[in-house]
Design a protein around this ligand. Sequence first.
Ligand code: AMP
Ligand code: ZN
Length: 469
Amino acid sequence: MQVRLFNTFGREVQDFVPIEPDAVGMYTCGPTVYDYAHIGNMRTYIFEDILRRTLEYTGYKVRHVMNITDVGHLTGDEDDGEDKMLEGARRKGMSVWEIAAMYTNAFFNDTDRLHILRPHVACRATEHIEDMIDLIRRLEEKGYVYIANGNVFFDTGKFESYGKMALLDKQELRAGARIEVDTTKKHPADFALWFTNSKFEHQTMMWDSPWGRGYPGWHLECSAMSMKYLGEHFDIHCGGVDHIPVHHTNEIAQSEAATGKKWVNYWLHGEFLLMNQGKMAKSTGNFLTLQGLVDSGYDPEDFRYLCLGAHYRSQLNFSEDSMSSARSSRRNLIERLVRLREAGPPAPLEKLNTPAREYLDEFAVAIRDDLNMPKALSVLWNMMKDENLGGGEKLCAAFAMDRVFALDLERAAVRENTLDRSLAALIEKREEARRNRDYALADSLRNELAGHGVILEDTASGTRWRRES
Ligand code: AMP
Ligand code: ZN
């Protein structure tokens, strides 16, 4: 079955045809490890995870590479502002190497909690300085670089199709030159490949290079590392929409100028998570972290569920209401799965009956239609509510779909099904109180259990419990 994806390069939904028949090379821009990632960043990593899982569900073998930016990223994407790593180190009173290690760990801790698959290669910029220097050398040999004020710049005027993916207007770019403050560049769109004349006095991350001791510009790392691990021509490159006009535009320019051929076939970009009507961003202080959500009583999976409810190419408004409604829906789903699981195990996938299989087919059509996850979720809910389908079938199909949703449904259905010993002992004690007709004690035990989120229902066949939804 054909996967179709919206390619930013060309702005249309296209059939996905990988370079190799069954294998896919995929590069995603990773975090700058100077602070905690916020849930806006996490929305982008969830979208990329869904893309990878959809390709794997379809049968492709995906090789996923992601960079860890631990040098070179200034607060402005266009080589202006402060050095992010230095800013983070100063804020924490730690060395840049220490904060890089600390926030890299924090990043993977968050992505693990959101069931985002780890990349096959997670590569640090600081460990690939030689590769970056080699790439600048290639560009220099081909005449694409110039040195100004001690720094090495990419000459965008020499790259004919500069800005093609981003649909940048060359006239407009030139007009921008008039208000350009940095007079060292020939053109405002030109970008630094190597800084030697650092304006940052306390820069400790520096390396020798043919152009002097210094450090690489931010855009360079993604070109150098993606080509190292995926080859000079690969299938997919992703990021958030903010990367289209500068970061990805510059990545394309330097990669294709160096190799003289097409670099990436499909460009996918995730839309923003908004909060208080604005983009969720560190720079404005308008942001929340995953841990912040957990501290307010949400599970990481609630946030993943929230993201599944919106298409990746639509903006998503984060609010207390949207978050708590995602939590209720997810709990409702798990409650249903727990009840089915109590009644029996999932049916084997190979023996799934036709109606259940049809739901799975519908699910596959939705995810392959440019990752239509809202539609895929509605297929899951229709299936769960279908009274003509057996419990084992529902469990099996839901768990199969969860290979892409990644809400940890299989474990939740069982985990929520087992109470820890102290709560189970309270239920037994209440049973005993009821047998002894000590209704006051039985009621107080019922309230105690409710305080732990366990609701009791006395039925003709005995007392049943469920988690509060
Ligand atoms: P950064 O660490 O700033 O490079 O961001 C990491 C990823 O998160 C990039 O792919 C960004 O495009 C993306 N991103 C940043 N802010 C948001 C947001 N508010 N919503 C969704 N994605 C975002
Ligand atoms: Zn990148």
